[in-house]
Structures are given as C-alpha cells and as structure tokens.
Design a protein around this ligand. Structure first.
Ligand code: NDP
Length: 322
C-alpha cells in the first residue's frame, strides 16, 4: 500500500509517500481502507518533535473508510462497513489498523468525508462545551481561532447552548465564517487588542470561559478576559507552546481555573466515545451541525496541506484522500 513515511523530524518536506507492506489485523483489531484522513495540528507537533513519535512512522490518527479485514474476536463489525475513528494510527495511508472498540459506524446520511472531517474536532468541541465547562444559557464564551476546524464547530455548539459567543480571527474573511457559525461578536486579534475588546463587549463583566487553542501568543491575555472564577481551557498551541508561568496569575485575574485537556481523557471509555460521536454525527445528519471542508487533497500533497494549516491559510477541515 501507499503511505506517508516520516524518517526524520523537520518541515513539511519530510512527509514522503512510500510503498510499504499491507498491515494485518491482530486479535480485536480492524483493518480500515482509508477514504479520507483528517489533518490535525498534532501531526505537525509530532513532525517537529514537540510531541515524540519513534522514527520512522506514518502520521495520522483520524480517518473514515470501509472495513477491509477483521482480526479474531471482533463480532460486531463486518467487512465493508463504513466506519470512522480518531484512533486510526497511521491513517496517512491507504490502509490503517485500529482497535475495533474505537470504531464508530457512519450513519447512512453522513458522507465518509464529512465523518472523517468532524470526528476529532467535533468530539473536541463537544467535550469542551458539555464536560470541561458545561456552557449554560447566558454564559459568555471567548473562542480563539474561531474560523478554524475546532473553532467553527465550537461556535456552533456553544451557540446551540444559548451562550453569547465572542470569536477571535486574523482576517475579515475568517470573521465572516465565524459569524456564520454563530459568533455574536468577532475580534480581529491581529489588529485589535482582544482584552480591551472583550471588556468593551461585555461592559467590563468579561467571560465565563476561554477556549484557547492558540497558546503562546494568546495565553496570558486570555486570563485577563475571564470573569472571577472563570475557566481557562488551554487546549492547543497552534502559535507555540505556552512558557512556564506563575500560578499567582490565576489569583490576580480572579481565582481562575486552568486546565490543559486532551480528547484522549474525554472519550476514553467506549460509552463516552459512543455518546459524543453519536451526538456529533447525529447533528451532522440532521443538519444542525455544519462541517466545513477547506480542502480534500491527494496523499502526495500532505506536505502542502501541513504548510497551509501552519501558515493560517485554512478555514475548517483539511482532508487527505489516499
Ligand atoms: P485550526 O483550523 O484552528 O488552525 C489553527 C488556527 O490557529 C489558524 O487557522 C489560525 O487562525 C490560528 N493561529 C493563531 N496563531 C497562529 C500561528 N502562529 N500559527 C498557526 N496558526 C495560528 O486547527 P485545528 O482546529 O485543527 O486545531 C486547533 C487547535 O486545537 C490546535 O492547537 C490543536 O492542537 C488543538 N486540538 C486539541 C485537541 C485536544 O483535545 N486538546 C483536539 C483537537 C485539536 P487565525 O488565522 O484566525 O488566527
């Protein structure tokens, strides 16, 4: 099969297509013929060595397709079933193995591309608004990178919970997309001081929760946007890793809470995975959650796909089609 192999850490150019042996499913595993795989920032962190992966490796975790083969002991799935997962290790390939208990059936009315595009970012947005901080009607939330993959889904889900949503974005085009996704107010954080803007928009009351995936460039200022006892959800670092900081900053900004979550801990059990995936795919099916696919490009263009994501040229989801 064809697969992307990373043999050294570095820039997008280290993502190269190679021919490798087809994998064989072991007990409890399924082999998935990948029709679309989602590009996520974690693969950029791995490629650069911010998160460690033993070399060489095939990147990717999120994908959808059909079951090509099953290992022993898997009784509830059949070859040919349409499935999706965010635990599809090595999904930048024509075939990938997964623990069968981490697969979700794709509803008939949802396309394979939409399923691949929404499963990781959708479940992320879902846990952020339901569990990490259960958004209440009337809450005000600040969503950074509101026109990004997670951002557009987060705006829609927070709005559906009757929150007031303030988004930040870098351009007017992105501002328009954030508004379409439900943001009540949008701040161009590349031009405006978002702390002052949040204070102005909220009449000085500030917000109950900040969803910050940008990290280095936004973290400290995000703390200043929170109301007393507010929740700082630092869930990514697309601008760089947040340096060590003084916990007294939490006190000075109002006895704040800080958490650095990962999806792995919010969809760890089969029950929690099925609940969140069911909500997300069900909302796509009934049209209440819109999935924006920025581009779907061949596997050989993985490098350019990474470059576009890193250079802030994408809105919504980037897919690779093996
Ligand atoms: P996005 O589509 O949001 O892309 C990143 C966006 O971040 C850019 O489009 C850009 O938006 C903004 N950004 C601001 N500064 C920079 C910078 N210096 N370089 C690059 N981008 C910048 O990506 P995803 O939706 O895929 O992921 C968003 C974040 O969420 C990532 O950090 C990812 O790791 C994290 N994540 C965390 C999960 C978890 O469970 N913890 C799960 C899934 C994702 P703009 O131009 O508007 O500023």
């Amino acid at each position: 099969m064809r697969a992307i192999r990373v043999r050294e850490l570095g820039g997008p150019e280290v993502l190269r297509v190679e021919n490798v042996d087809d994998p064989t499913p072991g007990p409890g595993q399924a082999l998935v013929r990948v029709e679309a795989t989602g590009v996520n920032f974690i693969e950029i962190y791995n490629r650069k060595g911010i998160y460690k992966s033993p070399l060489p490796y095939t990147p990717g975790e999120e994908g959808a397709g059909t079951i090509a083969a099953l290992g022993s002991g898997v009784t509830d799935l059949r070859v040919g079933d349409r499935v999706v997962s965010f635990n599809l290790k090595g999904s930048y390939a024509e075939l990938a193995l997964v623990d069968a208990s981490r697969l979700i059936a794709v509803p008939d009315e949802v396309s394979t591309h939409d399923a691949a595009a929404v499963i990781l970012q959708g479940i992320t947005a879902h846990y952020l608004v339901t569990s990490l901080y259960a958004v209440q009607p009337g809450d005000t939330c600040l969503v950074h990178a509101a026109a990004g993959g997670v951002g557009l889904l987060l705006c829609q889900m927070a709005k559906r919970r009757n929150a007031i949503v303030i988004g930040t974005v870098s351009t007017e085009e992105k501002a328009e997309l954030a508004r379409e996704a439900g943001a009540d107010e949008v701040i161009l954080y590349t031009k405006q001081d978002f702390v002052a803007e949040v204070a102005r928009i909220t009449d000085g009351k500030r917000v109950q929760v900040v969803y910050d995936s940008v990290g280095a460039t936004t973290f400290e200022k995000s703390l200043q946007c929170l109301a007393p006892r507010g929740m700082m959800a630092l869930f990514g670092q697309s601008s760089g890793v947040v340096p060590p900081f003084d916990p007294l900053l939490l006190l000075r900004n109002g006895s704040l809470f800080l958490t650095r979550p990962t999806i792995a801990h919010y969809a760890a059990t089969r029950d929690e995975l099925v609940w969140r995936a069911g909500d997300v795919l069900g909302s796509v099916r009934d049209g209440s959650l819109r999935v924006r696919i920025d581009r779907a490009v061949p596997l050989g263009e993985a490098g350019e796909a990474h470059r576009a994501l890193e250079e802030r040229r994408t809105t919504g989801k980037v897919l690779l089609v093996p």
